[in-house]
Write a protein of this length. Structure first.
Length: 192
């Protein structure tokens, strides 16, 4: 198995990624998509993502098995807020059901982390449905930490689930000052 970055003209990889994601939504796996998109609709979405990738603001990874079939995928996208250009979201992590439990998801996430870091991303975040314990365990195995939770904010019919927020620190450049929540710098204010 090998993981590679998908370029806009890699039609076979793009089709493989689309099939994986659409298949996951059809199985009602938790990717944040209610209705399965058609391959054409997902292709148009990938056009936009890969356009961002060309500008260094996103990346799409595909894992292939020995026969060249796409069996895993993950992507990242930089925050659209200019002041948060060091933040990106990891999303759409899917592994073919027959290939789960063999390290494919882990490899796709690590490839995303490396690519995002190479593009200046310092913090990778994700949200995951609170009931998706397998995915949360996989992200923890990739050095993500739970940093927050929005209670019962996912609606699935009459069911409500938590949104779990997870983050991973990537490389910080020399000289940055990690002020966390200290009331200093632009936008700071003091409480009464
Ligand atoms: C979540 C998903 C991507 C994991 O992919 P995977 O290839 O099976 O995961 P890996 O084999 O790389 O797992 C790496 C580590 O994560 C942990 N892990 C993965 N799945 C787990 C599970 N179901 N239960 C507990 N731990 C798990 C283990 O520590 C594992 O290492 P180990 O096998 O050496 O113990 C896959 O199950 C999937 O596609 N799920 C459906 C889509 C989905 O929910 N995506 C996440 C949306 S936020």
């Amino acid at each position: 198995m090998r993981v590679e970055s998908v370029s806009p003209d890699a039609a076979d990889l793009r089709a493989g990624v689309s099939a994986l994601v659409v298949g996951a939504v059809v199985r009602r796996e938790a990717l944040g998509l209610d209705q399965p998109p058609s391959q054409t609709e997902y292709g148009l979405y990938l056009d936009e993502l890969l356009d961002d990738a060309v500008h260094g603001d996103a990346g799409l990874m595909a894992a292939r098995d020995r026969e060249g079939m796409v069996v895993g995928t993950a992507q990242w996208q930089r925050s659209s807020y200019p002041a948060r250009r060091v933040l990106a979201e990891l999303d759409r992590v899917v592994v073919a059901p027959s290939m789960r439990g063999q390290g494919v998801g882990h490899s796709c996430v690590e490839a995303v982390a490396a690519d995002a870091s190479a593009h200046g991303v310092e913090v990778l975040m994700l949200t995951v449905r609170g009931n998706n314990h397998g995915a949360i365990a996989m992200y923890e195995s990739c050095e993500f930490e739970r940093t927050g939770l929005i209670p019962n904010a996912v609606a699935d019919g009459d069911a409500r689930h938590d949104i779990v927020l997870m983050c991973r620190e990537l490389t910080r450049p020399d000289g940055v000052r990690l002020l966390s929540s200290i009331p200093e710098g632009t936008g700071a204010s003091l409480g009464r």
